[in-house]
Design a protein around this ligand. Sequence first.
Ligand SMILES: [Zn+2]
Length: 68
Amino acid sequence: MKTNGRGPREFKCPTCGRPAEYDGRYFPFCCERCKLVDLGRWFNQEYGIPAEEDQGEEEAPRKPDECA
Ligand SMILES: [Zn+2]
């Protein structure tokens, strides 16, 4: 007996959501482009978060409604 079709071997590409081949070259991504896109996101997140928070904390604005 063989189980064809859907199985544990199917994987969804984290970048575009399309099915990626388990034995594929770029697993778990469906293609090289998706793999690069995901790596780029990781990079941007690590460097982007601290910089953005620093800028927002400088003024520390309070709600005018609560003051009055
Ligand atoms: Zn993809």
